[in-house]
Design a binder for this molecule. Sequence first.
Ligand code: TIU
Length: 227
Amino acid sequence: MKKKPARKIEIDAEPYPFDFTPGACALLIIDMQRDFLEPGGFGEMLGNDVSQLRQCIAPNKKLLAKWRAKGLPVIHTREGHRPDLADLPQAKRVRGHGKRGIGDPGPMGRILIRGEAGHDIIPELYPQPGEPVIDKPGKGAFWATDLHAILQNRGIRQLIVTGVTTEVCVNTSVREANDRGYDCLVPADCVGSYFPEFQEMGLKMIKAQGGIFGWVSNSAKVLAALV
Ligand code: TIU
């Protein structure tokens, strides 16, 4: 018997429409962790305006609900380290010369340490059973993780990438995914940066030069494709 061709739906995106194949596409939610997003967390302690990031919670929540309702795969990531700091490079530990850094006591437990309250995902987007959570020691979701194997085992070739921050972990993960052969679409309202200029440029870099790393769209357009 002939195999049924995969269903494709166009999502309006820049620099040109994205050929969405629901059976081969995962929602990858990057680092929506309490320490980055919540008032009183590590991000705010560093002097950042968390309201800039919090704008993307509601659109993510809506997209996640619909994505789950359609039975499509969801993967979450968290940036953080082992409690013994064995996986924390010295270069990352000393960078910034902040008063407090990774592994030190913070407002919500030890900063960016697995198992601590601040390291966990915000309640609004909390993972459900069956949704893999990737603990990553770096900015990119692929480096030193089993994400590529998980995606390959599930036949995933496309990613809708959301989360924080646009210019750091989202951008790094999209670039890593692109080099591994995945098509990535980033809904602009579902990613956030502490810095408006980095939000703008982080998105521009993805879609520049004919989609050098991927596509940029918005959650309404992705939701419209999830009929
Ligand atoms: N998740 C992520 O982007 N980690 C960061 O450290 N981001 C900053 O913008 N600092």
